[in-house]
Design a protein around this ligand. Structure first.
Ligand code: SF4
Length: 208
């Protein structure tokens, strides 16, 4: 990979993906961080259905911090992993109340120290919640990084994040995140990528 090649890839993605934006619904950093924690191993559409009820009942971390575990688990049960996720989001809300007076921190180290918050979630909160340049790497961004040659297949998600940041200008990190994520989700799928008419074919090491 090099910066020129990466720019060409991004330019093509900008043509393919019109109006790239997040598909998770949220109104503030509290709703965002909870929605992203809940989104593990499920779809954004499912999360949006569940969070509508969840945020109606628990509109702030103060409300969620005092929530009854069984009620939260029941509301989020359509998402799967509901026992762990319910425990995590209640613990997360409690820590936000105890340590940050309910204000979501806007620095990576504080975010990643919160219960249930990993590197990807922390980066999503920075990028979408605070407009701070960040490059969250989820399963789609990792796959795209390998297929398009940002990293080798034996490298990991942190390597992918470092590579994206190296070859993409900082002011485009968040946009690039949306573009790669949506392209991976709808075109360059894990099992059946739509390679026949793919405009990135010339850059791709995988090609179906
Ligand atoms: S050619 Fe296929 S595998 Fe390569 S980027 Fe396009 S859709 Fe993905």
């Amino acid at each position: 990979m090099n910066k020129q090649k990466s720019k060409e890839i991004l330019d093509i993605l900008k043509e393919i993906i019109e109006n790239p934006k997040p598909e998770l619904d949220f109104k503030n950093p509290y709703e965002l961080i909870i929605a992203v924690v809940l989104s593990a191993q499920t779809t954004d559409k499912r999360v949006n259905i569940v969070t509508k009820d969840l945020f109606l009942k628990y509109p702030s971390s103060k409300d969620l911090a005092c929530a009854e575990y069984s009620l939260v688990k029941e509301i989020i049960s359509p998402l799967g992993l509901s026992s762990t996720k319910a425990k995590n989001i209640i613990a997360l809300a409690q820590e936000l109340e105890e340590k940050y007076n309910g204000i979501i921190p806007s620095d990576f180290d504080s975010l990643i120290a919160l219960p249930g918050v990993g590197r990807k979630t922390a980066n999503v909160v920075l990028a979408l919640g605070f407009n701070i340049p960040a490059m969250p790497v989820d399963t789609h961004l990792y796959r795209m990084a390998v297929r398009l040659g940002y990293i080798r297949g034996d490298m990991d998600v942190v390597d992918a994040e470092i590579a994206y940041k190296k070859y993409i200008p900082k002011e485009e990190w968040t946009l690039a995140h949306h573009l790669f994520l949506l392209f991976g989700r709808y075109f360059c799928k894990a099992l059946h990528p739509l390679c026949d008419n793919c405009k990135l074919k010339n850059y791709c090491k995988y090609k179906g």
